[in-house]
Design a protein. Structure first.
Length: 116
C-alpha cells in the first residue's frame, strides 16, 4: 500500500515536471534547463518502477539509489529555475514536492541497506 502511494506520487510528480517544462520560456536558458529537468524529473518515476522489478536486494538498492540521485538533480534544476526567475509562476509547490521525494528515496536507500 505504501509503495503504491509512492508510485502514484512519483507518477504525478513526473506529470508536473512535464507541465512545468512545457511552460518554460522559449529561450536558450529555458530550453537547456527544461531539457535537463525533463530528463531527470521524469526518470525518478522510471527508475523507481525499475526497482520494483529488481532481481535481488542489491539490484533494488542500486535502482532506488539511481532514483534518489535523479531526484537530487531534479531538485537542483527546479531551484535554478526558481532562483534565476526564468519561471514567472510560483513553483514553490513543485520544489517542496521534489524535496520530499528526494528525502523519501534517500531514506528508502538507507533502510534497504540496513536490511541487507
Amino acid at each position: 500500500m505504501e509503495n503504491q502511494r509512492l508510485e502514484e506520487r512519483l507518477y504525478r510528480f513526473a506529470l508536473d515536471i512535464v507541465d512545468l517544462v512545457n511552460r518554460l520560456p522559449k529561450t536558450t536558458a529555458g530550453f537547456e534547463l527544461g531539457r535537463q529537468l525533463f530528463r531527470a524529473g521524469t526518470s525518478v518515476a522510471a527508475n523507481y518502477e525499475e526497482a520494483k522489478g529488481a532481481f535481488s536486494r542489491d539490484d533494488f538498492i542500486y535502482k532506488v539509489n539511481t532514483a534518489f540521485k535523479e531526484a537530487r538533480e531534479t531538485n537542483l534544476w527546479i531551484r535554478l529555475l526558481k532562483d534565476s526567475k526564468i519561471v514567472e509562476d510560483d513553483i514553490s509547490k513543485i520544489l517542496k514536492e521534489s524535496e520530499e521525494i528526494r528525502n523519501i528515496l534517500g531514506k528508502s536507500v538507507q533502510t534497504a541497506r540496513k536490511k541487507k
